[in-house]
Structures are given as structure tokens and as C-alpha cells.
Design a protein around this ligand. Sequence first.
Ligand SMILES: Cc1cc2nc3c(=O)[nH]c(=O)nc-3n(C[C@H](O)[C@H](O)[C@H](O)COP(=O)(O)OP(=O)(O)OC[C@H]3O[C@@H](n4cnc5c(N)ncnc54)[C@H](O)[C@@H]3O)c2cc1C
Length: 397
Amino acid sequence: MVTYDIAVVGGGPAGLSAAYAAAKAGGKVILLEKDESIAHSIRTSGVTWIDEIEKLGISSEYYNPIKNYSFISSSNEVTIRGITPKACVLNVRSTYQHLAMLAAEAGAEIMVRSRVTNVVTTPEDGRICGLKAKTPKGETVIDCRVVIDASGFSSSIARCLGIVKEWRRYGIGAEYECYCENLDHETWVLMVGTRYSEAGYAWIFPVSKNKARIGVGVGRPESYSDPLQKLNDIMDKKLRPLDGIGKIQPMELHYGFIPNEGPRTPIVYDRLILVGDSAGQSNPLVLEGIRYAIEYGRLAGNTAMKQNCSKEGLAEYEKNWKDKNQAMITSALRVQKRWIGLSDEEWNREIDILGEMSVDEFIDFIKAEFTIGKLLKFALNHPKLATRQLLGLVTRS
Ligand SMILES: Cc1cc2nc3c(=O)[nH]c(=O)nc-3n(C[C@H](O)[C@H](O)[C@H](O)COP(=O)(O)OP(=O)(O)OC[C@H]3O[C@@H](n4cnc5c(N)ncnc54)[C@H](O)[C@@H]3O)c2cc1C
């Protein structure tokens, strides 16, 4: 039996960031990751925003900058052009390895190929007091004060305790990381409409000059189609805009699941915190979760180091998350509802509406961070009713 202050389940961005913060705050911390290395299996496309990710300490060596944003539908195409790059595509493996280095430097113990199989509770009052795990050193029992469930989509600790249900709405994505002969590496492309995905979209996200992630996402329960089959079809037929890329050679296959119904409630319990995808903290419009996982992983690690680890003691973490993100989630869900029901014809018109936006307006829209003040300014510049209505969906006071 080994005793820790904090045991973190999962070595994705949420878990690594929680372990880092808790160790930095002086805790004895262990992180368990079931895969044989950090970022061994990539389950994400790695798109994020430069200002947000740099605030979290991820510098330009870890990403490819993006300044233009293209949308392609069955018979329309729009590109919103920027002067400076605002978005980026992360080198996911090196970013997560960097987060792991930070956690290790701060003193966290990291165990790879270590799957947490159960939660240990006290016989007298059922309080969480540890974890059981299968590790390279054999079956291990870990004694701890607080567990951080950063196990991603599976919410494996909360599920083990029977306190959460399976996600009802979620996305599944399949993606090839490919050599691309002729790539515009400063432009990301989203392809919408049924030829690309019945309930979702396809994408090209450039990782470097000649490398891009090309993928398809499908939303359940609206569609039960297999995103990999759809992706293979798009690649085989070289559907637009792949026909302009020249030679495309896949080098890695990524596959992943992401909740897209907003956060679980609650996300704290006695001696337990949920963070990242386990808590449902991603933006449900574009399924962007990495920066939230890092930011709230750190907050979870810091909060877990406070003396009172009862549900009440940990509640400030949940409050902080909600205060900052509830409005974004509500706005994003409104646009998601609109987009999920669009026909091909409607998509052809919708992307014209997006094309009316300046790059900054588009970014606020896609991040679901539009304020009333910005909407009023926008209405003066672009008096088109359809555009005002679309932005109205994400506007908050
Ligand atoms: C197809 C797809 C594309 C995406 N694209 C983007 C994007 O472009 N930009 C963006 O910001 N977000 C994107 N996301 C979302 C983003 O990947 C997630 O929000 C983010 O990875 C959440 O981080 P996390 O640490 O919570 O979970 P994860 O990254 O899933 O990490 C969880 C870790 O826990 C481990 N684990 C699980 N169970 C156990 C167990 N029992 N014991 C030990 N270890 C365990 C897993 O192996 C995994 O390493 C995408 C998601 C998908 C599916």
C-alpha cells in the first residue's frame, strides 16, 4: 500500500495538468495512464486558439499557425481570411509530452501502462480512500485523499462508482494524419453537408507545410454511421477539396469519442473531482476541449490540495468552471441544434452567412463568445438579418 495526497486517473491534457498543479502545490501525486506512453494513441485533431494556448504556456514550437478559415458545402465555398494567425493546430504528441515533463518536474509520479480497475472505499461509510490498478509492477492498491477522474470520454472512475450515466449525445471522429503534396498550411477547411457527414463535418487541419489531419466527425444519436467508412470514401473519391491536394499518403490513424451535451452536474463529490472530457467540459459546437482540459485540470489539481476535500470543500472548482463557461456552453448548444438539422441546400446558404463575418467576428462566433456590444456593432456594419440572427444565437450579455 502506497499513500498519496492525490491520485489522477488519465494522462491526457486534463490529468497531466491536474498532476502538475497538485505537485507544484506541494502534494504527493500519482498519475496513472492505461496506454504505454503519454499521447501514445491520439484521439484529437489539436485545433485551438493561439492567444488562449499561449496563456497556458504552450509556445509556438508546439503548433502550426492558421490564419484562414474555409467552409465547403455541396455547391458553395467561403474563405474568411485573416492577416495574422489566430488559430493553430497542435503537435499533439509533443504538447502532451511537454505537459508530462512539467508534471514530472513538479514532482508528480507518472505510471504508464497502468489501468485503474476499481475504486477503494471505506467499509464503514463508503468514502473514497484509494484506487486499484494493473501496472507494470503488478496489481497495486493506491491509498489517497482525493481522486481526480481525468479519464476522458469514459469517465471511468465516476462510472465505476455508479454516479454518472453513459453520455447520451456524443461525437465520434476518425482522422488520418497524412503527407499532402500541395497543402495550404495556413488555412483550415471544414466540409459540411451529407456528402461529408450526415450529422457533423469533415476537416483538413494542417500540421505543417506538407502534413495535415484529414478527418470526419459524426454526432450520435442523430447518425449511427461509421466516420472511418465515410472518411475512406472521401479519401478514395478525392472529394473536393482533396482533389486539389495532389498526392495524399496517410501515416497515422486517429479515432476518438467526445461528449457533446455540455457538462455533467455535479462534477465534484466527496474526495472526487471530474475534469476535462470526463466532466464534459469541451465546447459542444466545435468539440474543442484541449485548452479547457489544461486550464481546469490545473484548477482541479489546486483545489484538490485544499485541506477540505468534502464535496462542499471542492465546490469552488465547480462554481469557478460554471461562472466562466456556462454561457459559452448554452450558446454553443443553440448553434449545434441549428446546424445538426441543416439540409445540404441550407448549408449552401449558411456558409454564405458565415462569409459575411470578419475574422474576429467569426472567431468569437465559433468560440461562442459573442457579446451584446459586439452584436450591436456588427448589426451596424452588416445589416443582413440572417447574419444578425445567427450571431444572436451566441450572444451573451
Ligand atoms: C475526433 C476528435 C477530434 C477532436 N478535435 C479537437 C480539436 O481539434 N481541438 C480541441 O481542443 N479538442 C478536440 N477534441 C477534444 C479533445 O481531444 C478533448 O476535449 C481532450 O482530449 C480532453 O482531454 P482529457 O484529458 O479530458 O481526456 P483524454 O485526452 O481523452 O485523456 C484521457 C486519458 O485517460 C486515459 N484513461 C482512460 N481510462 C483510464 C483508466 N481506467 N486508467 C488509466 N487511464 C485511463 C486514456 O488512455 C487517456 O489517455 C477532439 C476530440 C475528438 C474525439
